[in-house]
Every structure is written in structure tokens, then in C-alpha cells.
Ligand binder design. Sequence first.
Ligand code: CTP
Length: 208
Amino acid sequence: MRPVLIGLCGGSGSGKSTVTEQLYANTGSERCTVIRQDNYYKDQSHLSFEDRQKTNYDHPFAFDNDLFIEHLKLLREGKSVDMPEYDFSVHNRKKETIRLEPKDIILIEGILLFSEPRILELLDMRIFVDTDSDVRILRRIKRDMKERARSLDSVIDQYMATVRPAHLQFVEPSKRYADIIVPEGGYNKVALDLIQTKVDHILNSRKK
Ligand code: CTP
């Protein structure tokens, strides 16, 4: 039986990572693998740091979707892949890669999963994490300043210039392709329990 691919999409700061991490923790590393679209931002080594700061990281062009889709297909066929690693503080791909092994459940996380038809058609289940924009920007400010070496001004400027417009153009309309919409992401215990029940059901049906 091939792996089951579950896509988790939603705006920046929506709580995709929290939902993904909870599903991963409850399912266990023996039977579950996580792959993130963020790791597939294009390699920008040919650009200076200043130029890399100007990239629109919320537009589909910023992603190496060809490689991402190739890796999704390989995992779906039960083959392992070497996922690139990404460093948000320098806006570039790292030299190292991470070996991902195919497991029964593949969790796929990203802001632009559902706006790409080639990704949509590979997904067995599509979950959209839906969180109000005021909550998302507040989370993003905290996260980017703490974990991604950003200043408050840079987070606000980027949000107004690229994050918000791309969210309205690409992410929000892609919600229509979801099978399940989870309001308030990681804090929606009822929704998480329901999804976990479905995942457990899939796993139990594959035991023998
Ligand atoms: N991004 C950035 N600088 C880069 C690359 C990406 O600021 N060099 C930002 C993009 O603007 C995009 C965001 O990273 O909006 C994508 O990550 P995000 O969805 O915010 O984080 P996750 O932890 O994956 O998701 P969530 O906050 O929903 O848990």
C-alpha cells in the first residue's frame, strides 16, 4: 500500500506547524514523516544578502516546486528523498539535506500547497488551517523576531508589501480546495481529535 499524503495549508502564522507537530507526535515517527514546502524555497546563492531580502517569499515563483513535487511523488511511490534545508535568517538554502523515509502517513505543510494544481492532485486529504489575520500577524511578529532574526519594522514592511497581498491573491482563495477547514489551528482540540481519529483508522486498516 502506498503512503497516504495529507496536506496542511494555511496563511503565515495560522498554526500549520502546531497542527502538523501534534499529528506527528500522536502518530509517531515509525509511521509518519513530515515534509515542508518552506524547505523548498529556491536556492539564491547567486544573489547578495541585500537582494535576497527583496525576494517576494509569498509568491509561487519563490518556490522550487518542480523539486518539491518530484519529492512528493517519490515519497508517494514509497521511495526516500533528500529534503533541502533552509535558513530563514539568511534567506537561503543550506548545504545540508535531510533524508526523509516514506512512512504510512506523509504530512505535507505549506502556505501554497492548494494553489498549485500539481500538488493538489497528489494529496489524499486536504486540511486548511484558518486563523484570523490579526492573530496571524501578531504570531508572525513574535516568531520572526525570536526565531528568524528580523526587526519589528522589517516584519511589518514585509507583511504590507508582500505577505498580505499574496495571502489575499493565492492562499485565501485556495481554501475552497480543502476537505476540512480547521478554525484556530493548533488550539482546536475537537478538530485535531477528529483528524487524529481518521489517521488512526488509516493506520489500523494497514496493520496486517
Ligand atoms: N519567509 C520569510 N523569509 C524567507 C522565506 C520565507 O520571511 N527568506 C516567510 C514568507 O513570507 C512566508 C513564511 O515565511 O509568509 C512561511 O512560513 P510560515 O507559514 O509563516 O511559517 P510556518 O511555521 O510554516 O507556519 P505557521 O506559522 O502556520 O505555523
